[in-house]
Design a protein around this ligand. Structure first.
Ligand code: IDC
Length: 281
């Protein structure tokens, strides 16, 4: 599961909620979604960096992978936050280099820029990580809100495959929202899976707003495709935000009743079921 933005919903990511996630839901990955703007990292780098350190330790203590998500959205050009990203990832990689469960997601959803600009950014951030953590997986966002170009014209898998990030242990990111992103996105993903190492670090069963009706049938088609291609996925989001994509109903985090399944929204029931029934590797 992915957290919601830590600036808003850190109260939903507690020792108690993580126990439920790891032991009752049997999740194996926590995406730590740290927004850069919208009241996030840029407002208090020290506080947000410390929060991420804390959540990496909390995930690690429960046997979870930790994806450190540099959650940029607007501005969509990752260079806007390049200096901040280098500072942040240097400290994160330095502290957690010895762990083997930490993945670095260096740009959530780049937008408004072509692939060449994202690739250039990646090649400036990855050396900062590699200097400290030689082999951890780095996840690179793709054009048009990590849609592999499907939401625009920034270039898809063909463009990326022809001009890949010049670094090892890199995977490319795809995001989808099942009620908005139908066959065209599905086919984009299916074709890209033949050419690139992919990781779905965010998906929702509802619309791209993270709200609105769920399309569980389409979401299941996606998960079946991902399973058949051995592509990992993370769901948005582990909070009690009012929108339909938050797994908990409003007030759950204040109550602390994370283990009460009556507190789950439909999307929460559905995703908990998918996570807890997965095969152990
Ligand atoms: C949404 C949140 C919402 C917030 C908004 C603005 O659900 O509360 O106001 O971001 O930041 C994404 C983004 C993710 C979005 C999510 C749902 O990575 O930040 O969260 N989404 O809209 N990409 C596609 C959908």
């Amino acid at each position: 599961m992915s957290t919601h933005g830590l600036q808003w919903y850190a109260n939903c990511v507690t020792p108690a909620s993580l126990d439920v996630l790891a032991h009752q839901w049997r999740a194996d990955v926590l995406r730590i979604s740290m927004y850069v703007q919208e009241g996030g990292y840029e407002t208090d780098p020290r506080r947000f960096t410390d929060l991420v350190h804390h959540y990496i330790e909390q995930a690690t203590a429960r046997g979870l992978y930790a994806i450190v998500d540099w959650h940029l959205l607007d501005p969509g050009d990752p260079h806007y936050n390049l200096a901040r990203a280098r500072t942040f990832f240097a400290e994160i990689a330095e502290r957690h280099a010895a762990k083997d469960n930490v993945l670095y997601e260096i740009a959530n959803e780049p937008n408004g820029v072509p692939w060449s600009v994202i690739r250039d950014y990646a090649e400036q951030v990855i050396p900062v990580i590699r200097a400290r953590d030689a082999d951890a997986v780095v996840l690179v966002g793709t054009p048009d809100w990590s849609s592999l170009g499907a939401s625009g014209s920034g270039g898809g898998a063909d463009v990326i495959a022809a001009d890949p990030v010049r670094a090892g242990n890199v995977m490319y990111v795809f995001h989808f929202y099942a009620a908005s992103h139908g066959d065209y996105y599905y086919d984009t993903l299916a074709r890209a899976a033949d050419r690139l190492p992919l990781f779905v670090t965010e998906f929702g069963t509802q619309e791209y707003t993270g709200d609105g009706p769920n399309d569980f049938a389409m979401a299941q088609r996606y998960l079946d495709l991902l399973a058949s291609r051995k592509i990992s996925w993370v769901n948005w989001n582990f909070s009690d935000d009012f929108r339909s994509g938050a797994v908990f109903t409003t007030g759950t985090c204040a109550s602390g009743d994370y283990g009460d399944t009556a507190r789950l929204k439909p999307a929460g029931v559905w995703i908990r079921d998918r996570i807890s029934s997965h095969d152990d590797f």
